[in-house]
Design a protein around this ligand. Structure first.
Ligand code: AMP
Length: 362
């Protein structure tokens, strides 16, 4: 268990690192942010920061020497960086998790291997595999690059009659995964924390609405049956255990209509795993007795987790994307609303500038 006053090193300097550091400060823990980007929003809320490339071994060694444990807010940390640091200080979650989640195909194989339902999928490394994949999963389908995709980048929907090869060319013939298009009823996620001694605490199932492939609104409670909520949490717990995970992870899922003995019911398919705190868990800062950020800090510090309890009959998190941040004055004047801005100066289209949380009283 880290003593108060210890220092947690965080790789990545975006809003997730910033909110982790703010939570750590409340618990009397210091953070040292390591990020290659000069204008990282997390730098301004910590007392130590390093702005250097992920392959700068001199800077990495110095960083490792100055902290007690290391974590990350960004899953595309190069494997070599994580391995270099892990030789010097404990890194949580263990870097093997990065290898399993940085590549969509490896991740899907892993989930499938746990006997957890996913959309039908096939690897695409050649034109002939693309054709075979279409035969297997059918159309419409979604072609996704196996690495570096986020917020809908690196993916194309292929409709019946479309030129599938042209879609793949648009993705620069990169290694891909073809997924059957899921006609989902809604999208949900489970944010789960696992402590160093293996205890798991899940936040409530959260319902997520995307606009232009970017998360726009998260709502709790989600409109799912109690049985589905239990199943969704069971899946997230199973994944956290299988990874021997320490920290917070998020599992994004599709809710689909299914039939059981002639009766309609909801079923769940896992879409993807984020080995970090997640945008769909931001509501927990104002809407629960413990936030996802604090749970992550507790876990990597070797502290016990808290059992989260929701505040309010309903909680909504609304992302302020691009120019929406200019509605600030309205949000500041809305009762029951908390505003969070990430310290970014340029409101570029599609950029997450902040979020607001609305807690509806019980
Ligand atoms: P991803 O980057 O895999 O999280 O995908 C981003 C968003 O695209 C998801 O949240 C869904 O809204 C949509 N999407 C991704 N994969 C599929 C799929 N196989 N079927 C239907 N919609 C999908």
């Amino acid at each position: 268990m880290l003593k108060p006053g210890s220092t947690i090193g965080i790789l990545g300097g975006g809003q997730l690192g910033r909110m982790l550091a703010l939570s750590a400060a409340r618990l009397g823990l210091h953070c040292h942010i390591y990020s290659p980007e000069k204008d990282s929003g997390a730098f301004e809320v910590v007392r130590a920061s390093t702005c250097a490339a992920y392959d700068d071994e001199v800077a990495l060694a110095k960083f490792a020497n100055s902290v007690d444990v290391i974590t990350y807010e960004f899953e595309n940390i190069p494997a070599k960086t994580a391995a270099f640091l892990a030789k010097r200080k404990p890194v949580y979650p263990d870097p093997h998790v990065l290898e399993l989640t940085q590549d969509r195909l490896i991740e899907k194989n892993f989930i499938d291997g746990l006997k957890i339902a996913v959309a039908p999928y096939a690897p695409v490394h050649s034109a002939s595999q693309l054709m075979k994949g279409i035969e297997k999963v059918g159309l419409p389908a979604v072609l996704k690059t196996t690495t570096m995709g986020y917020d809908g980048k690196g993916q194309i929907k292929i409709m019946p009659g479309d030129d599938a090869n042209a879609a793949w060319r648009k993705l620069k013939n990169a290694p891909c995964i073809l997924e059957g298009f899921v006609n989902f009823e809604r999208e949900v996620s489970v944010v789960a924390a696992r402590s160093a001694d293996g205890k798991v605490e899940c936040f409530e199932v959260t319902e997520n609405e995307h606009r232009d492939h970017i998360l726009k609104i998260s709502t709790v409670p989600a409109k799912v049956s109690p049985a589905l909520a239990t199943e969704a949490k069971r899946i997230a717990t199973k994944i956290a255990k299988a990874f021997d995970y320490v920290g917070v992870l998020a599992v994004e899922m599709f809710v689909v209509k299914a039939q059981e003995k002639g009766k309609a019911k909801q079923a769940v398919l896992v879409n993807e795993i984020a080995p970090r705190v997640h945008n769909s868990g931001h509501w927990t800062i104002d809407g629960a007795t413990v936030s996802q950020f604090e749970q992550h800090i507790r876990a990597v510090a070797g502290w016990p987790l808290a059992r989260p309890i929701r505040l309010g009959r309903k909680v909504e998190m609304i992302n302020l994307i691009g120019a929406e941040v200019h509605d600030l004055a309205d949000w500041l004047a809305t009762p029951g609303t908390s505003v969070h801005l990430y310290g970014k100066t340029e409101a570029r289209a599609g950029r997450k500038m902040g979020h607001v949380t609305r807690v509806y009283p019980k």
